[in-house]
Design a protein around this ligand. Structure first.
Ligand code: AMP
Length: 290
């Protein structure tokens, strides 16, 4: 077995809140700002883009890996969630992460923890909220908890999960965290497929077809113009269905509120979002339209 010499080990791996708190206090005393990247592991270049942004914009980069059970509304999806922890640790270390927080479940949800309910309003009732009830409450529980532990200056989130970014911004209006949200553009494979940990579950045939999600979004972007949007959305659904997808939604929405745009005025910032099943694998993606 090969062990790296101690001098080559740059990243510190921490499993307890207590140790992390001590370490981050030292960072703050050295006047280093903290950039935080929460993840569920099975890391890819999309996660690394968040880490790179954190390294550029903060003095100390902290990544967490925690597969949060409370945000899975489907037990099968949770069981099948890919775990590649050794590879993840190597990737983070090779890409200059300063601290990896890898908590066991008892650190995040101790036996008598109190489940908070977040008043997120409209934004958690639409799109993902409709098809994954409770999902964003689970996301807020874990992000709120991680933010109270890490107390970062900046929180780095991927545009890939667009609604999640908007939900977390809303949560930050309610909860007293100092973190500023930085949204990092979606990293894509060469053919346009948005990188995602779930892509690991696609077989060769599914992977070939999966590119249609991003292609459909780019088609919407190319043809988007002021006026009614229904035709654009229904042709997108047809294209997906004809290639064997089961779409949960194809939506054109206000990029801030996520309210549907039925008739675009040519000015409102807009986003197109898709969630669709390829067999039992659910893919989501989005593009900003203007
Ligand atoms: P996850 O591990 O899937 O919970 O994702 C952790 C963070 O990485 C979230 O902020 C995601 O939005 C972000 N992320 C996931 N995939 C991508 C991607 N392809 N490009 C940019 N960010 C991503």
């Amino acid at each position: 077995m090969y062990f790296k010499p101690f001098t080559e080990i740059k990243m510190i791996l921490i499993k307890t809140i207590h140790e992390l708190t001590i370490l981050l206090e030292i960072e703050r005393q050295q006047n280093r700002s903290i950039g935080f990247v929460p993840t569920m592991g099975a890391l890819h270049a999309g996660h690394l883009a968040l880490l790179n942004a954190a390294k550029l914009q903060a003095g100390c980069s902290v990544c967490s890996i925690f597969v949060n059970p409370t945000q899975f509304n489907n037990a099968h999806d949770f069981e099948k969630y890919p775990i590649t922890i050794e590879k993840d640790i190597d990737m983070l270390e090779a890409n200059g992460c300063d601290i990896l927080f890898l908590p066991p479940i008892t650190e995040i949800y101790p036996e008598h923890h109190r489940t908070k309910i977040y008043d997120l309003g409209y934004i958690e009732t639409v799109l993902e909220g409709t098809f994954r009830p409770g999902h964003y409450q689970g996301v807020c529980q874990v992000v709120d908890k991680l933010l109270s532990i890490v107390a970062p200056d900046k929180l780095f989130l991927g545009q890939k999960d667009y609604q999640q970014c908007m939900v977390i911004r809303k949560m930050l209006e309610i909860e007293p965290h100092i973190a500023e949200v930085v949204i990092v553009p979606t990293v894509r494979e060469a053919d346009g497929l948005a990188m995602s940990s779930r892509n690991l579950r696609l077989n060769i045939q599914q992977r070939e077809k999966a590119v249609l999600v991003s292609r459909t979004l780019f088609n919407i972007k190319e043809t988007f113009k002021p006026g009614p949007t229904d035709q654009l959305q229904s042709s997108a659904v047809e294209a997906l269905v004809s290639h064997g997808f089961k779409p949960d939604y194809v939506a054109i929405a206000d990029a801030v509120t996520l309210e549907p745009i039925g008739n675009w005025n040519g000015n409102t910032p807009a986003v197109a979002l898709i969630a669709a099943y390829m067999d039992d694998i659910r893919l989501i993606d989005n593009v900003l339209l203007n």
